[in-house]
Design a protein around this ligand. Sequence first.
Ligand SMILES: O=P(O)(O)OC[C@H]1O[C@H](OP(=O)(O)OP(=O)(O)O)[C@H](O)[C@@H]1O
Ligand code: HPA
Length: 226
Amino acid sequence: MAEDSPVKIVKQDKGIVIEDDWPGYSLDLFTYPEHYHGDIESVYIPHGVIMDRIECLARNILEDIGNHDVIALCVLKGGYKFCADLVESIKVLSRSTNRTLTMRVEFIRLKSYLNDQSTEDLHIIGPEDLSMLRGKNVLIVEAIVDTGKTMKALLKHVETFQPKRIGVAGLLVKRVPNGVGRLPDYVGFVIPNRFVVGYALDYNEYFRDLNHICVISERGKVKYKL
Ligand SMILES: O=P(O)(O)OC[C@H]1O[C@H](OP(=O)(O)OP(=O)(O)O)[C@H](O)[C@@H]1O
Ligand code: HPA
């Protein structure tokens, strides 16, 4: 039976720290779509490493969830791959440990970036009504916390629907000067202040179809600039 109390977050994960001098892997060592040739500088986090890390996060999250019901709130668009892989990993782990876990997934979309810059124009595009979160344990699933502005606005918005407890899983947290707001409870990787793309992270909607997380090249920035 599902427990009625709030989920206790005890298995916090501060993430794997990628140092500032990490150049990434040479592109020759990996495959990637031909149409991005010249548009990326290096493979920063290979797809397989992302998947392994997600499995660890899933294990920690599952231990904290116990027998509680949880709603995963996927932050679109950048979070769609992380959310799908995280929920799948939690499902597989819960089956292999004979648990009966019901995890609902809901979606919200926020947008603020133009080119590689955060703008003041932060829109919550939808849905307006998240009343299904009232009294529930909510796990926000976000691909990247950079300036932290998106997470700050999102938490403020979600709190108005009075969930029981909000946990946050973030695949990437960027080391930036003057970052704002709450850091995720479960972090995949802490990365240097470089603009990364792939694994659903975009630059003006390009690169979401790249499996690895890569550093965009100057040529890529110019080619897809708006
Ligand atoms: O911490 P911040 O500096 O606020 O940046 C993080 C946000 O930026 C990106 O979203 P974006 O606005 O590009 O929309 P998208 O997810 O649809 O690409 C990303 O997916 C995060 O949601
Ligand atoms: O480095 C980034 N890449 C893609 N989207 C982002 N949104 C914030 N930071 C980033």
